[in-house]
Design a protein around this ligand. Structure first.
Ligand code: ZN
Length: 311
């Protein structure tokens, strides 16, 4: 079993018991040891694991909850993983064509593929044609080089990732949650050409600011039982939006359908409207279902109501 995440964490000076956000864990958090059992994450290039851990645990919302037996601080960060590695091949091709039409859809974005032109279906999130995504694990040395993160909505991530050797795609595909290595091309082919020339070397990372004062302890206790790791319900708690659920197809592009079906996931809750919108757009959802009334409401209407709700 991989210990890369726990090892990288220790090398960065934080305990492997530190917890990061992860959609598919109870309470939405998992410690670094648990993350080493997640293929989505461990399929990342080790240097990308290192850069993302350093960024996540430098988020100003990070709190210290104690120290482990080795004296390393145990941190909890509001940032973490939505999805990373993908396998290319037939499942990815079917996923692509479940979102795109082979027949002309007037006014819809389109792209050329080796199988002919593809028009993005209304309400569907864009997804790369198989073989062209940096999420795919054949991108570099058998690893994926792209991450979709949780917790970017407050803007800190976008403003600070460059310090950690990362860039987001906020201005590329309007994907502020998507990161790739800083300083290389955006497309898979450009990136691979740059890597062939330059390699992906360890970046000098800022020191995780452990001295940052955290006057309040974490307000909601995080569940500590690792046996609960595969619970079927994913919760991102926020009282204001607790009654809103995402229902429908797979919750996110980067969650494999096998994972979702195996876990029998009925729905997702989101912490706040921006996060909910991110998931909904990624998942290509057209409607949201209210948990209390079970009413199916068009996505944009639901988001508008949530945004105008008194906070
Ligand atoms: Zn992505």
């Amino acid at each position: 079993m991989s210990t890369i995440t726990a090892d990288v964490g220790a090398a960065l000076g934080i305990s492997p018991l530190s917890r990061m956000a992860y959609s598919y864990a109870p309470g939405g958090h998992a410690d670094l040891v648990a993350m080493d059992r997640r293929w989505q994450w461990t399929s990342l290039h080790p240097e990308m694991i290192r850069r993302h851990l350093a960024a996540y645990f430098s988020h100003p919302g990070t709190v210290i909850t104690g120290h482990d037996d080795n004296g390393l601080p145990i941190l909890v960060t509001p940032m973490g993983l939505e999805g990373a590695g993908r396998k290319a091949g037939e499942p990815a091709r079917l996923n692509f064509w479940s979102r795109n039409s082979r027949t002309h859809l007037p006014g819809r974005p389109s792209r050329s593929t080796p199988e002919g032109r593809a028009w993005l279906e209304p309400g569907m999130a864009s997804i790369a044609y198989p073989g062209t995504s940096v999420h795919e694990v054949d991108t570099y040395q058998g690893h994926c080089l792209a991450v979709d993160s949780i917790g970017w909505q407050d803007g800190w991530f976008g403003e600070n990732v460059a310090r950690f050797g990362l860039k987001t795609f906020w201005n590329v595909n309007r994907e502020p949650w998507h990161t790739q290595p800083y300083g290389y091309g955006n497309s898979k082919s450009e990136l691979q050409a740059d890597l062939a020339r330059l390699g992906l070397h360890a970046t000098v990372l800022p020191v995780i600011p452990l001295a940052t004062p955290h006057p309040q302890p974490t307000s909601k206790p995080t569940p500590l039982d690792p046996e609960e790791d595969d619970m079927p319900r994913y919760t991102f708690s926020h009282p204001q939006f607790a009654e809103w659920f995402l229902c429908g197809s797979a919750p996110a592009v980067n969650a494999s359908r096998e994972t979702v079906q195996a876990a029998n996931v009925p729905h997702i809750e989101a912490a706040h409207v921006g996060e909910l919108e991110g998931y909904a757009r990624q998942a290509g959802l057209t409607h949201l279902t209210r948990a209390d009334t079970k009413a199916r409401i068009p996505l944009d209407t639901a988001l508008g109501r949530l945004r105008s709700a008194k906070s």
